[in-house]
Every structure is written in structure tokens, then in C-alpha cells.
Design a binder for this molecule. Structure first.
Ligand code: ATP
Ligand code: MG
Length: 428
């Protein structure tokens, strides 16, 4: 036999509990985002490389070394999306949605791809949920976007393990003044900077604040913060965001060290961080970006949003002991092959009423009952048993070990009575 193939480095399969946690994160986020009026979009997993790398000035880690870019057979440079904000902004422009019905409120969920060194909580194919409010310049939008992210974590039951940290990056004038102050500070310590950050000092000194290098981080502790360089407008914007956050009831702390990796961010920047996941402590990150839609060829469209790593949220769900249970089935058991046709009718009767129903494909009653126990079935319906008359089945509660003969039409009601199937109650 050939040696078994493994998943590609940095990728992972979602199976069983892992899949259920993953799906619970998506389902919960989708439900809460809908409550806030977000509509779901799905954009392509690969895009023209220019959607992500827009010009020579882009020196973010993602663009400079993490992108999965390749030439397709027609010689076009395409890239597996490393994030979805650019794709959503591109879609807004491509679909001619930049003028009407703004703001657009978009939710998405799906796989992202970055060529990173894999470790716990860091993969090459990972998944994100995210929301974007496109075309709203008001600080209320920033606060609502954050509140929605917070409520998703509450609904998942993990909010006690995370804390919101916020900062402002100011407006263009604030950033220009701050940039100058940073250049002065870091130039004075250039010999202590990591090689990557020495390049950042030339190209975009703000990104040094995003460095994970221990030496860089030590330097940052003494670096100036943006707060003494904010214009009056930028300071007022930030104050309003914080006031609205309080009104939404979202607890936060300020962290002047938060910056975003990409140039088009301004004003609000935030992260939900946790101490429960070791080095990969950021679960949700976002901020305001006022230039991105323009970079896609659209009109100026002030926007704000966040993205969250589904794997990291799912790990918090696991740590909190909140992994959803698999739905329990009702096993339909024909007493023998002769009863299979009748059993199929029962199966479809139950499924039509929202009951999870399974049938073992072979074996005598005993073998099929073993299978029912193995899959953790909550109940069994025996079809063709001697004690059951025409139109009747035997319903066995596999937890209690009790059983009753009853007309098929009464089975769903009996399942509800046993406390097993809410879905059945709703469907009938
Ligand atoms: P990090 O600092 O951890 O590299 P980032 O700044 O690159 O994060 P963003 O681009 O802001 O991350 O993405 C938002 C969220 O997506 C992160 O907070 C994290 O939860 C998740 N994420 C980012 N990269 C990965 C990855 N390689 N594997 C798993 N999750 C990831
Ligand atoms: Mg990263």
C-alpha cells in the first residue's frame, strides 16, 4: 500500500466535533449579524492579484510575503484571498452598488489563505467571519460594528475570555504628524530594530508597531503614541465612538499600541484579544478604512468592519466546554429484509416531520440494534414486529429502555413527550 497522504502543510480537516464547533461559530455569527441588518455576500475565493496588491507602496506582511499568488493557465496573476474586505469592496464597485442604498451592511464567512509558518491557531488555510459597513462615515457605525462582534461572542458563550481593546489611528493629518514623531524616535534606535522593522522605518514606520519581534516590542514601550498628535476632529470622533460603545454596553480598554497592518485604515482600530490561546491571542480585529473602495476604482466610500478567525473562536468555544452535541437520531429498525419497504416509509414519514432518522443497511434486528446503539440513537422504531398491528410500530426509548406499541401517526408526538425532539413539535 502507498503511504497515506497527509493534508497539505498548514491545512486541516474539519470532522465531527471540530466541524460542529466551526459551524456553530458561523451559524451564530450569521444569526446575530442578521439581527443588526447585515446581508450575507459570497465573493470568489480567488481574485485578480491587483485586488490585494494595489501598487508598489504596499508593504504589509500579508501582501509582501503571505499571499498565495500564481499565474493561471491563461497567464493571469490570481491570488487566493488572504482576507475578504478587499473582495467585498471590489464587489461593491464591480456590481455598481457604490451610489445607491448606502450604507451597505455585509456579512461573510469562508476560507482565507496565507503562506504563514503554521502553529496553534495559525494556518495556511483558515476561515473567517466578518462584517463590513460600506459607505458610513459616522462614529455610530464603528460602535455598532464592534457591538455586533461583541454580541456574537456573547451568543457563543465566550465573551468572558476576551476583552475589547480600541485605539484611534486619527485622520490623515494626525497620522502625518504621528508618523514624523515615530520616524524621529525609531531612527534614534535604528540599531536595535529587527531587519524587517528597519525596512518598515523607510516605507511605513507605523507598521513597526505591528511587529511581533521581541526587541521591537521593547522599543515600542517607550515610543510616542498617536494621542498627542490627534487633530481636534479626530479626537472628537474617537470620543464619540467610546460614548456609543458605552451605550451599547460593550466593555473595552484603550490600547494605544493597536495599529492595523494596511495603509487604508484610519480612525477606529480595535481587537478582541484573549489570554486563552497562547501567542495567537487576537480573535477579532477590525477598524475604519476610508480609502479602500476608491482603490478598487469606486468613489470615496468611508467604511468600517472586522474579521474574526473562526478557528480561534472555535478554540474558545472548545475551552469553554461549549461544543455543540451531535443531533441524536431515531433508528428505524426493520425486523428483517421483508420489512425494509415498510421501514423506508417510516423513515421518510419521520424525516418529513423534522426528525433525524437513520436506517442500518443490513443485518438482522440484533445487528441493526447494535448499529443504533453505536451511533448513539435516542430511540428506535421497530417496523414489522409481531406485537404491532397494521399501521403500528414499536417505539423504544433507548435511554430508558422502555417501549410502547403505537400508531405511526403518534410517533412524533411521543418523541416530543420523551423530550427528544423539539423539531418534531415545530414541524407537526
Ligand atoms: P496576526 O497578528 O495573528 O497575524 P493579522 O493581523 O494577520 O493577525 P487579520 O488580518 O487582522 O490578522 O485577520 C483577522 C483575524 O483572522 C485574526 O485576528 C485571527 O483571528 C485570524 N487569522 C489571521 N491569520 C490567521 C491564520 N493564519 N490562521 C488562523 N487565523 C488567522
Ligand atoms: Mg498575520
Amino acid at each position: 500500500m502507498a503511504s497515506p497522504l497527509q493534508p497539505a502543510r498548514g491545512t486541516h480537516d474539519l470532522i465531527g466535533e471540530g466541524f460542529r464547533r466551526h459551524q456553530a461559530v458561523i451559524d451564530t455569527a450569521r444569526r446575530i449579524a442578521a439581527l443588526y441588518g447585515f446581508e450575507e455576500w459570497a465573493t470568489p475565493i480567488f481574485e485578480d492579484t491587483r485586488v490585494f496588491a494595489r501598487g508598489l507602496g504596499d508593504t504589509s506582511d500579508v501582501v509582501s510575503k503571505e499571499m498565495y499568488s500564481f499565474e493561471d493557465r491563461g497567464g493571469e496573476s490570481v491570488t487566493l484571498r488572504p482576507e475578504n474586505t478587499a473582495g467585498v469592496c471590489r464587489a461593491l464597485v464591480s456590481n455598481g452598488l457604490t451610489q445607491s442604498n448606502l450604507p451597505r451592511k455585509v456579512f461573510y464567512a469562508g476560507p482565507m489563505f496565507r503562506y504563514e509558518r503554521p502553529q496553534k491557531g495559525r494556518y495556511r488555510q483558515f476561515h473567517q467571519i466578518g462584517i463590513e459597513v460600506l459607505g458610513a462615515a459616522e462614529p455610530l457605525a464603528d460602535a455598532e460594528v464592534i457591538a455586533c462582534g461583541w454580541q456574537i461572542q456573547q451568543a457563543l458563550g465566550i465573551e468572558e475570555g476576551t476583552i475589547l481593546e480600541i485605539n484611534t489611528l486619527g485622520d490623515a493629518a494626525s497620522r502625518e504628524a504621528y508618523r514624523a514623531a515615530l520616524v524621529t524616535y525609531f531612527t534614534g534606535h535604528a540599531d536595535q530594530l529587527s531587519p524587517d522593522s528597519r525596512i518598515r522605518l523607510e516605507k511605513n514606520p507605523l507598521r513597526i508597531l505591528d511587529s511581533k519581534d521581541a526587541g521591537d516590542r521593547a522599543l515600542m514601550a517607550e515610543a510616542p503614541t498617536i494621542h498627542s498628535h490627534l487633530t481636534a476632529e479626530a479626537a472628537a470622533f474617537y470620543e464619540t465612538v467610546k460614548r456609543h460603545l458605552a451605550a451599547f454596553g460593550v466593555p473595552f480598554r484603550e490600547n494605544p499600541r493597536i495599529v492595523r497592518g494596511l495603509d487604508y485604515y484610519s480612525h477606529t482600530a480595535f481587537e478582541f484579544v484573549t489570554e486563552r490561546l497562547g501567542a495567537q491571542g487576537t480573535v477579532m480585529a477590525g477598524g475604519r478604512y476610508n480609502g479602500l473602495v476608491e482603490e478598487m476604482g469606486g468613489p470615496p466610500t468611508p467604511s468600517v468592519g472586522w474579521a474574526a478567525g473562526i478557528e480561534r473562536l472555535a478554540m474558545l468555544v472548545e475551552t469553554a466546554g461549549l461544543t455543540p452535541a451531535a443531533p441524536r437520531a431515531v433508528a428505524v429498525l426493520p425486523t428483517g429484509e421483508a420489512a425494509e419497504a415498510a421501514a423506508i416509509e417510516v423513515l421518510q414519514f419521520l424525516r418529513a416531520r423534522g426528525v433525524v432518522a437513520e436506517i442500518a443497511y443490513r443485518g438482522n434486528l440484533k445487528r441493526r440494534m447494535e448499529r443504533a446503539n453505536r451511533i448513539g440513537a435516542a430511540a428506535a422504531v421497530l417496523v414489522g414486529a409481531a406485537e404491532a398491528g397494521p399501521g403500528e410500530v414499536v417505539l423504544r426509548n433507548l435511554d430508558a429502555g422502555t417501549q410502547a406499541v403505537l400508531p405511526l401517526g403518534n410517533v412524533t408526538a411521543a418523541l416530543v413527550e420523551m423530550g427528544l425532539f423539539e423539531a418534531a413539535a415545530r414541524a407537526t
